[in-house]
Design a protein around this ligand. Structure first.
Ligand SMILES: [Zn+2]
Length: 337
């Protein structure tokens, strides 16, 4: 489930926190040019990247969820709790993404021991997508897959850092502007590449429903076997429904995700094969966590570029071939005449 070897701390977390908060309540670090650095904890990779881009070495940053870690099921370990206790600012995604951490983080925020910000919850509600209607959760948390929407979250991160550490306001403002410009370029890159696929090819079939915002922003129909949280299991009926759609629409490729077991996607492939058709694996997408830190998908920008490149390469194959063939034929005819 979660890729950690340390013992999950779930039961005693709140008790431990209560003790610590009683012991050191209100002892906030005030960062300054000569003073200690602001201690920042970020749960997810995209949030960590934004903090790194804005604040650089002016803060001491710890990012909790590394490559391949599923935020929906992640349970805090002892060292995470220590990081929360030491932090001046904690950024998390919110909207129930980090379902197992939410209670602790809300509690920390309420007690005021640190500034705690759920960055996706700072976005205007009318820009958020709904969760499955049957649950009590209100909004889809995967907001970073729409780059323009994520830029608003980055601005909230910038404003929080400036408020917590005003001595670096100018630096944070300038670095944030530069990062937002990089995200403008990323958004344009994704749009340009998506536009190379004809509309009927823009069907994205993945293991869990992480790409709703991506689909809305870049014009893809999104279908997933599991729901918005990977914590829910796919049923045989889910697999059959998706198989029917893949066969009926001639979907050429489906995608696995770095944080999700490929088991369910393989079950769909097998069902499609049993129906007398083939669907290829289009490659691995980074849905809920970036790739290895030293690899090309190790950053938010890198993972988003990897995703659109992978999607276009896999879904563009069959769409491109008839055009290529006709061009080839025309050229051959010209050469022969
Ligand atoms: Zn997810």
């Amino acid at each position: 489930m979660y890729a950690c070897h340390q013992k999950p701390f779930r039961l005693s977390l709140l008790a431990l926190l209560a003790l610590t908060l009683t012991a050191c309540g209100g002892a906030r670090v005030v960062a300054g040019e000569e003073g200690p650095k602001l201690r920042v904890v970020a749960t997810t990779g995209p949030i960590g990247d934004a903090v790194r881009a804005i604040a650089g070495d002016a803060v001491e940053l710890r990012v909790l969820l590394g490559p391949g870690i599923d935020p929906h099921t992640y349970v805090a370990i002892e060292s995470d709790v220590r990081a929360f206790q030491r932090a001046d600012v904690i950024f998390y995604n919110g909207l129930h993404l980090e379902a197992q951490l939410e209670r602790i983080l809300r509690q920390l925020g309420k007690r005021g021991a640190a500034t705690v910000v759920a960055v996706a919850e700072t976005l205007p509600a009318e820009k958020l997508l709904g969760w499955e209607p049957a649950t009590d959760k209100t909004h889809d948390p995967h907001v970073w897959h729409d780059v323009q929407l994520w830029q608003e979250a980055v601005q909230a991160i910038r404003d929080t850092l400036i408020a917590a550490d005003p001595t670096h306001a100018e630096r944070y403002g300038a670095s944030a502007a530069a990062y937002l410009a990089q995200l403008d370029a990323l958004d344009a890159y994704i749009r340009e590449h998506a536009a190379t696929l004809p509309p009927e090819r823009r069907i994205l079939v993945t293991a869990h429903d992480a790409f709703g915002y991506f689909g809305r922003a870049y014009g893809f129909e999104v279908e997933a076997i599991q729901g918005i949280s990977s914590a829910t299991e796919a049923s045989a009926a889910d697999i059959q429904a998706l198989t029917g759609l893949i066969v009926a629409r001639g979907v050429p490729a489906i995608f696995v995700e770095s944080t999700i077991s490929p088991r369910t996607i393989e079950a769909v492939r097998a069902a499609v094969r049993a129906a007398g058709r083939e669907v290829t694996l289009g490659g691995e997408l980074y849905s809920d966590a970036p790739g290895a830190p030293d690899g090309p998908a190790g950053t938010y920008i890198g993972m988003m570029r990897h995703n659109i490149d992978t999607i276009v390469a896999a879904l563009g194959v069959q769409a491109a071939s008839p055009r290529t063939t006709m061009t080839d034929l025309a050229e051959r005819a010209t050469a022969l005449s």
